[in-house]
Design a protein around this ligand. Structure first.
Ligand code: FAD
Ligand code: NAP
Length: 311
């Protein structure tokens, strides 16, 4: 095959993609990694990581991902600042087209495109996106200092965001559709303690029905709670209602489930329905969705690539 064919092409720069690159580089596979529009992935949106083994100083997600990128680069991975817009995966040589128009040819592809924030689908989200509506407290929390805000959701992300925002804002409402949480107990306890201090308020068994504003910025959130409507005046709302896999660009070329997660485990842990194409991290994991499990499957993907290339 021609020399311009990449041995190992990785799509995504989150924990899965960077770990695949580290292992691939150490196996002399000369990996090329396409970073996508969110260099470093989802973790870069969180102020503190408390569960990455060994990182007991609780680094920010941004700092942690910088070290992973540095490690992969140091070993020889080539990072490309672009994103994949279309892919032809069938056949021995895969062709991936980038936003710049460049077409990359590769013997193997590791898809590590993770997931992106889910929204409620309300009109107000579109109207006030970036003007009161956000899905990233680390990125946008600063704009709401000393103001009242809400976080929607009951998972780990919602609690992480709410606890962070409570340190910046005058008050944080945690709006959740039921009264049980997916978040860890330790996080729930921390927010309950902030509620005692008047810094937070739980709004439970509540459904957000409307986001209202003055035409330029958000001014309130309307919830339906126990058959009654309640309007909460506030300056910002942070959606933390989970994520959807970013696999649209590969749709049709590879087997996905009904929600778009890539189906893996075809013989090897990260093998997909297409020979030579592997998937790692949140784009193929509807269950665990942790930084460390994504990194672990990135490692598996690199080992699977090596196994595939060695016949
Ligand atoms: P991601 O991190 O989602 O990265 C996906 C990558 O793919 C990105 O670089 C993106 O740019 C790229 N990409 C997407 N589409 C394309 C394309 N078409 N072309 C090229 N590139 C593309 N987990 C923990 O274990 N501990 C925590 O404390 C923690 N905190 C979190 C806090 C928040 C607010 C959020 C949202 C998540 C948190 N998580 C945490 C979960 C963790 O971030 C994810 O499980 C992990 O980042 C998934 O890694 P990944 O590599 O699979 O994908
Ligand atoms: P998640 O665990 O899937 O939680 C999503 C939350 O949003 C759930 O409480 C869900 O309600 C709610 N929700 C979903 N759709 C909704 C809708 N249409 N309307 C209203 N509410 C809706 O997602 P996540 O919090 O983003 O976490 C994703 C993964 O990342 C998890 O595996 C998590 O452990 C990990 N993570 C870890 C940390 C950490 O370790 N500190 C931090 C952040 C994320 P129900 O509960 O009723 O379904």
């Amino acid at each position: 095959m021609a020399d311009d064919i990449i041995n190992m092409l990785i799509v995504g720069s989150g924990p899965a993609g960077c770990t695949a690159a580290i292992y691939g580089a150490r196996a002399n596979l000369s990996p090329v990694l396409i970073e996508g529009s969110q260099p470093g992935g989802q973790l870069t949106t969180t102020p503190e990581i408390g569960n990455w083994p060994g990182a007991f100083a609780n680094p920010s997600g941004y700092d942690l991902m910088e070290t992973l990128k540095k490690h992969a680069t140091m070993l020889g991975t080539k990072f490309l600042s672009d994103r994949v817009v279309s892919a032809s995966l069938a056949g021995e040589v895969k062709e991936l087209t980038l936003g710049s128009g460049e077409v990359l040819r590769a013997r193997t592809v590791v898809i590590a495109t993770g997931a992106s924030a889910r929204y409620l689908g309300l009109e107000g989200e579109r109207t006030y996106m970036g003007h009161g509506v956000s899905a990233c407290a680390t990125c946008d929390g600063f704009f709401f200092r000393k103001k009242e805000v809400a976080v929607v959701g009951g998972g780990a992300a919602a609690f992480t965001e709410a606890i962070f925002l409570a340190s910046l804002c005058s008050k944080v409402y945690l709006i959740h559709r039921r009264d049980g949480f997916r978040a860890e107990a330790v996080q729930v306890d921390r927010l309950r303690a902030l509620e005692q201090e008047g810094k937070a308020e739980f709004v439970l068994n509540a459904r957000v029905t409307d986001l209202r504003g003055d035409g330029t910025k958000l001014t309130s959130v309307v919830v339906e709670q126990g058959g009654k409507e309640r309007e909460i005046p506030l300056a910002g709302v942070f959606m933390a209602i989970g994520h959807v896999p970013q696999t649209e660009v590969f749709k049709g070329g590879i087997e996905t489930d009904a929600e778009g997660y890539i189906v893996v485990g075809k013989g090897r842990a990260t093998a997909t329905s297409v020979p030579g194409v592997f998937a790692a991290g949140d784009c193929a994991d509807r269950t665990y969705r942790q930084a460390i499990t994504s990194a672990g499957s990135g490692c598996q993907a690199a080992l699977d690539v090596e196994h595939y290339l060695n016949g």
